[in-house]
Write a protein that binds this ligand. Structure first.
Ligand SMILES: Nc1ncnc2c1ncn2[C@@H]1O[C@H](COP(=O)(O)OP(=O)(O)OP(=O)(O)O)[C@@H](O)[C@H]1O
Ligand SMILES: [Mg+2]
Length: 402
């Protein structure tokens, strides 16, 4: 069985007592590796059958169809990206462009940590460029910086900002941080993942619809559907129409829409255009995957990641050899676009960060964290030192511990 993040893993006909139907396979929250088979309709389902049935797995090509469609759109649709981005992605010579915008007085966004020097530089530079790469070693605040950039872009009032990452976990982390800034965020999930809980479930489109006060008829039909499991065909039709209207309303009025890269190919976004698009962890996505959000109208594109870390995982050797294991970010670096680098890391013990700093980042990685010593431990150490050096004038340097 082939799986892809953000997509229905598989579906196939269920047979039992002459009953056959297409079903979706979903992973259930809190059930470990257990999976559930969800019938599209329960009419006539032999619910008493517990054995002697057959499930055929059918591989779904949705993710790959979306990638291929994005590449075609990029090739033939002039409105899919700006001329500048089109030529830059193809490696053509283009004159630098500066976006005229009102820079914020304060770069740190509300609800997020005070930015360090390299993060402020990144935010300031990105806001003025149509295409930017931000590179950050682990824990240097790529996601915090991304959320801050999105905050400022959203406040420019050019319509919703599209925010993506290849994995659902990365999307959720970024969604959470953007929500902390007070922006109106909608997290768009694949239908097959709607039952899966996450710290940002309350921001998911399907959950926001359930809590919408402005559509009482939809709420009533939803309640009926939840209680009875099924609606009459007329009610179902009405329910679906109302749901589509509600989805549109929430999406159009959002400051930010977050989804996986492949999720950006969801039909619910098909008629929308996004001027500003940010992709976190873009170095873990294949180039066609990255292009799914990009072709939704990018005029300002920000790719965040670290090409010194693991690239996209491509299982097919032929595809990897053909170039798919090189991310769009990395290819642009090879083409000569210099990434803006974040330089202070907040996650590793300084003793650990020294190695990657020297080997991968020309020794440029600084530490924004202590070496894991608590104030009490430091206090005790100072007391011990003070005893050792009683009555002797001395300076105790703690810098190498910090
Ligand atoms: N300027 C800052 N001041 C204080 N803490 C910060 C700052 N920037 C980031 N952090 C903290 O550092 C940690 C790592 O930040 P973040 O997750 O944004 O980094 P990252 O580069 O995206 O990490 P990863 O490599 O795992 O994707 C978080 O706990 C975050 O709150
Ligand atoms: Mg991150």
């Amino acid at each position: 069985m082939e799986c892809h993040s953000g997509e229905p893993e598989a579906s196939g006909p269920i047979e039992g007592s002459g009953f056959e139907q297409e079903a979706d396979l979903t992973q259930r929250p809190d059930y470990g590796d257990e999976i559930a088979i969800e019938l599209r309709s329960s009419v006539g389902a032999p619910v008493e059958v517990t054995h002697n049935f057959q499930v055929d797995f059918v591989w779904k090509s949705t993710s790959f169809d979306r990638m291929q469609s994005a590449l075609k759109t990029f090739a033939v649709d002039e409105t899919s990206v700006s001329g500048y981005i089109y030529h830059k992605l193809l490696g053509h010579e283009v004159e630098d462009v500066v976006i005229k915008c009102q820079l914020p007085k304060r770069f740190t966004a509300q609800g997020l940590p005070d930015l360090n020097h390299s993060q402020v530089y990144a935010v300031k530079t990105v806001l003025q460029r149509p295409l930017s790469l931000i590179q950050g070693p682990p824990g240097t605040g790529k996601t915090v910086t991304s959320a801050t950039i999105v905050y400022h872009l959203a406040r420019q009032g050019n319509g919703p900002v599209l925010v993506c990452a290849p994995s659902n976990i990365a999307v959720d982390q970024l969604t959470e941080k953007i929500h902390q800034t007070g922006l109106k965020v909608v997290r768009l999930c694949a239908k097959s993942r709607e039952a899966i809980d996450s710290p940002v479930s309350f921001l998911a489109l399907h959950n926001q619809i359930r809590n919408m006060d402005s559509m009482p008829e939809l709420q009533k039909l939803q309640q009926l559907k939840d209680e009875t499991g099924e609606l009459s065909s007329a009610d179902e039709k009405r329910y679906r129409a109302l749901k589509r209207t509600a989805e549109r309303e929430l999406l159009m009025n959002a400051d930010v829409i977050c989804c996986t890269c492949v999720g950006a190919g969801d039909p619910r976004l098909a008629k929308m255009q996004f001027r500003s698009i940010l992709i976190d962890e873009s170095t873990q996505a294949t180039e066609p995957e990255c292009m799914v959000p990009v072709v939704l109208g990018a005029k300002q594109l920000i790719l965040v990641g670290d090409h010194c870390q693991l690239g996209p995982v491509v299982m097919c050797k032929k595809a990897a050899k053909a170039g798919l294991s090189q991310s769009l970010f990395e290819r642009l670096v090879v083409l000569g676009i210099r990434p803006i680098r974040l330089q202070v890391q907040y996650r590793m013990h300084p003793a650990l960060s020294a190695f990657p700093s020297n080997i991968f980042y020309e020794g440029s990685l600084q530490n924004g964290v202590t070496a894991g010593v608590t104030v009490e431990m430091l206090g005790e150490a100072c007391m011990s030192l003070a005893k050792l050096y009683q009555d002797r004038p001395c300076l105790v340097g703690t810098r190498e511990f910090l």
